[in-house]
Ligand binder design. Structure first.
Ligand SMILES: C[S@@+](CC[C@H](N)C(=O)[O-])C[C@H]1O[C@@H](n2cnc3c(N)ncnc32)[C@H](O)[C@@H]1O
Length: 256
């Protein structure tokens, strides 16, 4: 039966990849890299760099084109489900075409597949469709959240405290969640931190973490927000795209 392994490859620094991941890449007959389309060339290049550095054997690299998501659709969940189905079909097609019945294929995933990545959802869908038989497993990678914490030299949790990971969309809609003092925000298409009007919150921000263009900023939120927004806008204009992650932390209750 075909075996698929989903490998987390970190978020841009080719040195932030585990030995288990490198071994799994080299054990695979085919590495499937997903082309996310325009603007994401840098991501594809980072994956290529990892392959160039670490592949020692005979693994073939196959690019799978990600189907377009309907970003105009009103119902977000329904749009994502339709997109997942299209992706399941595309991946199924690639696996059937490129992998022998007893072959091993790897999907390289940005960061770690456990955080805001649809690959595991799509593989579960592929399994449920039942068109091709396969088993699958996961090799973990360094997430952008870990890269952020390391660069700022901070722990995400105060003593005995929880941390919540959420999206820019939710932060914009709901503000800083109550009852949580540590909130990591990902997938922010803009500057949702502007909506948090709290004087007792610090921000630890990072963009292009792990790459040569890494940007970092930290400070009290109301005071730091305009400078971060300006840096973000300039960087986005220069590169054409941006990926940033930040921690919002309520001050003064450490150890409570
Ligand atoms: C689709 S999610 C993928 C997350 C990924 N699976 C991970 O483990 O980090 C994309 C989001 O991850 C964050 N991200 C990914 N790479 C990043 C990087 N190099 N620097 C800063 N944030 C990054 C950003 O919040 C971005 O909007």
């Amino acid at each position: 039966v075909r075996r698929l392994v989903v490998i987390g490859i970190g978020t841009g620094n080719p040195e932030q990849i585990t030995i288990e991941a490198v071994n799994a890449m080299n054990a695979a007959d085919v590495l499937f890299t997903v082309d996310k389309g325009a603007g994401k060339q840098d991501l594809l290049d980072a994956r290529k760099e990892i392959c160039a550095r670490y592949l020692t054997g005979r693994s073939r690299i196959i690019e799978v084109r990600d189907p377009e998501r309907d970003r105009a659709a009103e119902a977000y969940r329904t749009a994502v489900e339709a997109w997942d189905e299209a992706r399941a079909e595309a991946y199924e097609h690639a696996v059937a075409a490129e992998l022998d019945d007893d072959g091993c294929g790897a999907f390289l995933v940005w960061g770690d597949p456990s955080l805001y990545d649809g690959t595991l959802r799509v593989l579960a869908r592929m399994a449920a469709r039942g068109k091709i038989a396969f088993e699958y497993s996961v090799v973990p990678g360094i997430t952008s959240v870990q890269a952020l914490a390391a660069r700022h030299r901070i722990a995400l949790t105060g003593i005995g405290e929880p941390v919540q990971i959420t999206t820019g969309r939710r932060l914009a809609a709901e503000g800083m969640p109550s009852g949580v003092d540590n909130v990591v925000v990902m997938l922010d298409g803009g500057t949702s931190f502007d909506r948090v009007a709290a004087d007792d919150v610090d921000i630890y921000w990072g963009a292009y973490l792990g790459t040569d263009d890494e940007l970092l900023a930290a400070g009290p939120l109301p005071r730091s927000a305009p400078a971060i927004a300006a840096t973000r806008r300039d960087a986005r204009e220069r590169r054409g795209w941006i990926m940033d992650t930040y921690l919002l932390r309520r001050r003064g209750r450490e150890g409570a």
